[in-house]
Write a protein that binds this ligand. Structure first.
Ligand SMILES: Nc1ncnc2c1ncn2[C@@H]1O[C@H](COP(=O)(O)OP(=O)(O)OP(=O)(O)O)[C@@H](O)[C@H]1O
Ligand SMILES: [Mg+2]
Length: 428
């Protein structure tokens, strides 16, 4: 193995070790100094190049240098003195004596006579820095110095470049990690806010459901009270008022009997009064019936629907097709009231809005459910009426049915009529 190969191998090995850049360069310079053929004195140093500012900056030195030197040589502009010249030319420079070489422009008070190898540090053709080595004055230059020093310069330049890239990479990695930490923190905070919001939302929803439940209970209670009130008023109007009027009619008939045949005018007056009382009795009966048909309490929902339908035919000529209403369905009283009121509101709607001539009503049980279906052949309810109705009729129907955990469906198509289907689960 030749000496040249040995020194190259040694420097390459040093530069591959995992130390920091300063230590690597220090060891590399020491090896060069130890390579006797070069005749390098115990002094060397490395500048790093700042291409943008066109200046060399002293990075580290090997051997004894004065404070003055270190201070003055902190920065050397490109083109200045020997090192600055090499930074511009990129060529190896050898100088025999600092005092006789005019290119050696920078001097120091303690400067002793010496010669120089100034080595460009180039990686892939790009100048990374400059290395200066001190030699004897007027040395007998070692014949392979050019090749050996340029090769070592290349190795050092590659190492500086690699370390710079590693540093940059580490900086990027750190920035990335900082960013990730920050993002994670942000995400965690957002997540917490979301969780808080969800909790609040759930709380509000619970409160809303509670108040909805309370409202439903209140509404049921009001319906029950209203029905009881209607029943009581209906009974009182029918019994009290009806009986008093009947008594009054009998009294009038009695007075008329006693009235002499000749008092024609008086008799006519009495007959007119009797007619008025008769009409009033009929009105009282009608009012009592409409408030709450006794037929509902006495015979149940089927009979009440039949009666209501007949009334409607009598007054408005609408024809009814009643199905399944003869079947004896055992339903509790309150549910019968619900079904009857739903039927009444649906019928009122048909009379008011549908312009129908036929209505089909069926009441039957199917898979543990009671089903009331009312279909008309009128103009048909539209989607908007069903979804956005703010009038109370449909809302009332829904509320009454929901109180029994049932469902109601409104179906309508223009010109093809409307079907209202109520489905209530029967309690076991
Ligand atoms: N059988 C029907 N045929 C056609 N349209 C209907 C029928 N039933 C209801 N509608 C439509 O649906 C709307 C909502 O009905 P809803 O009973 O809620 O209100 P309303 O009858 O107008 O007023 P109210 O609150 O006095 O009952 C009606 O205004 C009407 O346009
Ligand atoms: Mg209505």
């Amino acid at each position: 193995m030749t000496e040249e190969y040995r020194i190259l191998h040694k420097v390459a090995k040093i530069l591959q070790s995992p130390s920091d850049l300063e230590k690597l360069l220090q060891d590399a310079m020491q090896s060069i100094i130890e390579f006797k053929e070069l005749k390098v004195e115990n002094k060397a140093g490395i500048f790093l190049a700042d291409e943008k500012k066109r200046v060399l900056r002293l990075f580290n030195t090997y051997g004894a240098f004065s404070e003055e030197f270190l201070e003055k040589e902190k920065e050397v502009p490109f083109g200045d003195c020997l090192c600055g010249r090499v930074a511009v030319s990129g060529e190896l420079l050898m100088s025999e004596s600092c005092f006789s070489d005019v290119r050696h422009e920078r001097t120091f008070s303690d400067m002793k006579v010496h010669g120089h190898y100034i080595v460009p540090l180039k990686s892939q053709g790009y100048l990374v820095g400059v290395m200066f080595l001190y030699t004897d004055t007027n040395p007998s230059w070692y014949q392979h110095s050019q090749e050996v020093l340029l090769s070592i310069g290349g190795l050092i330049a590659d190492t500086i470049q690699r370390k710079k890239l590693e540093e940059e990479l580490a900086r990027h990695r750190q920035t990335l990690e900082d960013l990730i930490v920050k993002r994670t923190e942000n995400l965690r905070a957002t997540n917490q806010t979301l969780l808080d919001e969800i909790e609040k939302h759930e709380e509000t929803q619970k409160t809303l459901l509670n108040s909805q439940d309370q409202l439903r209970k209140l509404s049921n209670q009001i319906q029950t009270i209203r029905e009881e009130e209607k029943s009581r008023i209906s009974r009182e109007v029918h019994d009290e008022l009806g009986q008093s009027l009947t008594g009054l009619k009998m009294d009038l008939l009695h007075v008329k009997d006693k009235c002499p045949e000749e008092s024609v005018e008086l008799r006519e007056q009495l007959e007119a009064m009797i007619a008025v009382v008769d009409n009033t009795i009929k009105s009282v009966q009608r009012i009592a019936m409409e408030l709450r048909p006794p037929i509902l309490d006495a015979f149940g929902i089927c009979e009440a629907i039949v009666w209501q339908a007949r009334e409607c035919t009598k007054k408005l000529g609408i024809r009814f097709d009643l199905q399944g209403l003869q079947e004896q369905v055992k339903i509790e009283q309150d549910l019968q009231t619900t079904l009857f009121r739903v039927f009444q509101e649906t019928l009122t709607n048909i009379v008011r809005h549908a312009a129908a001539s036929r209505v089909e009503v069926s009441l039957y049980t199917e898979s543990e459910c009671l089903i009331l279906m009312i279909r008309d052949n009128g103009k048909g309810m539209n989607e908007d009426d069903i979804k956005h109705s703010d009038s109370l009729g449909l809302i009332g129907i829904r509320e009454r049915v929901h109180a029994w955990e049932g469902e109601v469906e409104f179906q309508g198509s223009p010109g093809k009529g409307t079907t209202v289907t109520v489905k209530i689960p029967l309690k076991k």
